[in-house]
Design a protein around this ligand. Structure first.
Ligand SMILES: C[S@@+](CC[C@H](N)C(=O)[O-])C[C@H]1O[C@@H](n2cnc3c(N)ncnc32)[C@H](O)[C@@H]1O
Ligand SMILES: Nc1nc2[nH]cc(C(=O)O)c2c(=O)[nH]1
Ligand code: SF4
Ligand SMILES: [Mg+2]
Length: 206
């Protein structure tokens, strides 16, 4: 019998799945998602509240996590959650990169940046201030538009990220009908922004 011990590089994993990146700059590409358990940001409209309590999700070793990625054909991995930056992301990203994976992260930026990333999608939240370490390394700023005041919130972060950061506005899923027309008008007036839709939900894939 082998006894499973918990190492401090183990991580709580809610789910892992090979799908199509539905959102943002890499939308439409095949990607293996690894969803970490644990988030204390508390977005009222969060579409994955089951992820919040880390204790609900079993720990996996780095070897187990990477083995799951290696079962798939694609080489792009998206680390999401929950809030991945609640954990030190150096061991996981280094293990993935040493096996030739592209490492992408979806994060609120509410915790200090750790890890070795090929693509950083920064989605700031009103519910918990972002840590300044994310501003220079964000490749993509993806702001969720839940109400009109979120355009001003988006511009506040656009001024903080680097000049070549991609600027994306994504309607909150349940507010799409009201917010999408406003987003369309906004992007026409402010063409530095692009629209991001949650296309996986339209396609009926995870
Ligand atoms: C569930 S979060 C997990 C990663 C990280 N905690 C974050 O918020 O970036 C993944 C992405 O989904 C977005 N998101 C969450 N709930 C949403 C909703 N109801 N409508 C649109 N986007 C949503 C987040 O802003 C984030 O960009
Ligand atoms: N297909 C798909 N694309 C996504 N892009 C970001 C997601 C996330 O929850 O982080 C997500 C997701 O949950 N599914
Ligand atoms: S930060 Fe991300 S996972 Fe956490 S509550 Fe907000 S949307 Fe959900
Ligand atoms: Mg999602």
């Amino acid at each position: 019998m082998t006894v499973k011990t918990t190492k401090n590089t183990d991580l709580p994993i809610m789910e892992s799945f090979y799908t199509i990146q539905g959102e943002g700059f890499h939308s439409g590409k095949a990607a293996y998602f690894i969803r970490l358990g644990g988030c204390d940001v508390g977005c009222v409209w969060c579409d994955v509240k089951e992820s919040w309590n880390a204790e609900d999700h079993p720990f996996q070793t780095l070897e187990e996590i990477v083995a799951g990625a290696e079962e798939q054909t694609g080489k792009m991995v998206v680390i999401t959650g929950g809030e991945p930056l609640m954990y030190d992301m150096r061991p996981l990203t280094s293990a993935l990169k040493s096996r030739g994976f592209q490492t992408n992260i979806e994060t609120s930026g509410a915790y200090p940046m750790t890890g070795e990333w090929d693509w950083v999608c920064f989605s700031p939240k009103k519910f918990k201030e972002a840590h300044e370490s994310i501003f220079p390394v964000a490749d993509e700023l993806k702001v969720i538009i839940f109400n009109k005041s979120d355009f001003k919130f988006a511009e506040k972060y656009a001024a903080l990220v680097s000049e070549n950061c991609q600027l994306m506005l994504q309607p909150e899923w349940d507010k799409q009908e009201q917010m999408l027309p406003l987003i369309i008008d906004y992007v026409k007036e402010n063409p530095q922004w692009k629209i991001s839709l949650q296309t996986h939900k339209w396609m009926g894939v995870p």
